[in-house]
Write a protein that binds this ligand. Structure first.
Ligand SMILES: Cc1cc2nc3c(=O)[nH]c(=O)nc-3n(C[C@H](O)[C@H](O)[C@H](O)COP(=O)(O)OP(=O)(O)OC[C@H]3O[C@@H](n4cnc5c(N)ncnc54)[C@H](O)[C@@H]3O)c2cc1C
Length: 272
């Protein structure tokens, strides 16, 4: 199979990238592969919402940047933090234009507060924000005739020339397994995008879905792609710890934050 652009992964990052490229370049052929069905991803399980500055009366980009640096113990890359915070507002507007529904209070977005934030700035769709976004993006991507969607296709390895010794390294596409046909397909592409999510399944208990095994990162590593920040693993401190493996699920931080606040109040009252 030959295409202009190969997108590996159908979470929020892969879907958004493919939609944008397809909109701007209707003449390009785009192939998107996904390990399971299009929906199964970390994105669909995201609950609490998106941290974004939208109430510019009380909040500001500078406050959000400062909160992020404090929460990240000063280790976050300032340029990346600034870029994400400043882009956030417009990207959320884009999601809304594409059909995503976020909860509102009269005519403004309903904002909640989560740990580490000095202002209310979490926009959400009840407690199923990721599912709402994922479903909207899937609906949108299916409207493009220049995007071919291959579900149940797993990346095996990137095709690169890193082992030839040349200084100029290129990626030519990827080898992919068709999970249903049990055959290897070669997809040649001018541009290959890896958006394969995280690696939560490396841990014995995780809130990540079964397909979050980090094999995208593995393929990048084997192809000598520069990888940064691997020691930084996000974990949910508030997951159910079940007796049966694979049944871990997130208890929203928002819920536990309230319970902690109530508990702390009671404790203070007892010790007063
Ligand atoms: C329970 C839970 C709650 C969360 N809550 C929040 C929240 O409230 N707010 C927030 O901002 N973030 C939250 N997150 C984090 C957020 O969901 C992720 O950061 C985000 O969804 C990552 O998007 P992504 O597109 O990078 O990856 P993903 O959504 O994980 O998508 C990865 C895609 O790659 C595919 N893939 C993986 N390997 C291969 C392979 N070898 N071949 C082919 N395809 C492959 C998968 O099938 C999937 O389609 C939460 C995460 C979880 C698990």
């Amino acid at each position: 199979m030959i295409t202009n652009v190969l997108v590996i992964g159908s979470g929020i990052s892969g879907l958004t990238y493919a939609i944008k490229v397809a909109e701007k370049n209707p003449e390009l052929g785009i192939v998107m592969i996904s390990k399971n069905n299009l929906l199964e991803s970390n994105t669909r399980y995201a609950q609490g919402g998106i941290a974004v500055v939208s109430n510019f009366k009380n909040d500001s980009f500078e406050k959000h940047i400062s909160d992020t640096q404090i929460a990240g113990a000063g280790k976050c890359n300032e340029a990346v933090v600034r870029f994400v915070v400043e882009e956030g507002h417009d990207r959320v507007q884009e999601l809304i234009e594409w059909g995503t529904h976020f909860d509102t209070n009269k005519n403004t977005l309903h904002l909640t507060k989560e740990g580490g934030h000095s202002e209310k700035r979490i926009i959400h769709n009840k407690d199923r924000t990721g599912l709402e976004i994922q479903q909207t993006l899937i609906k949108k991507i299916k409207t493009f005739t220049n995007i071919t969607l291959l579900e149940n296709h797993t990346l095996v390895d990137l095709i690169t020339d890193h082992h030839t010794g040349s200084d100029y390294k290129r990626c030519y596409g990827a080898y992919v397994i068709s999970n249903t046909q049990q055959e290897i397909i070669k997809i040649s592409a001018q541009i290959t995008i890896l958006s394969t999510g995280g690696a939560g399944q490396l841990f014995s208990h995780t809130t990540n879905p079964k397909n979050a095994t980090g094999d995208g990162l593995g393929a990048a590593y084997r192809a000598k792609v520069k990888i940064e920040g691997l020691p930084f693993v996000q974990f949910h401190p508030t997951a159910l710890f079940p007796k049966i493996k694979d049944n871990t699920f997130l208890i929203s931080e928002a819920a536990s934050w309230r319970r902690c606040a109530t508990y702390n109040k009671k404790r203070k009252a007892i010790h007063a």
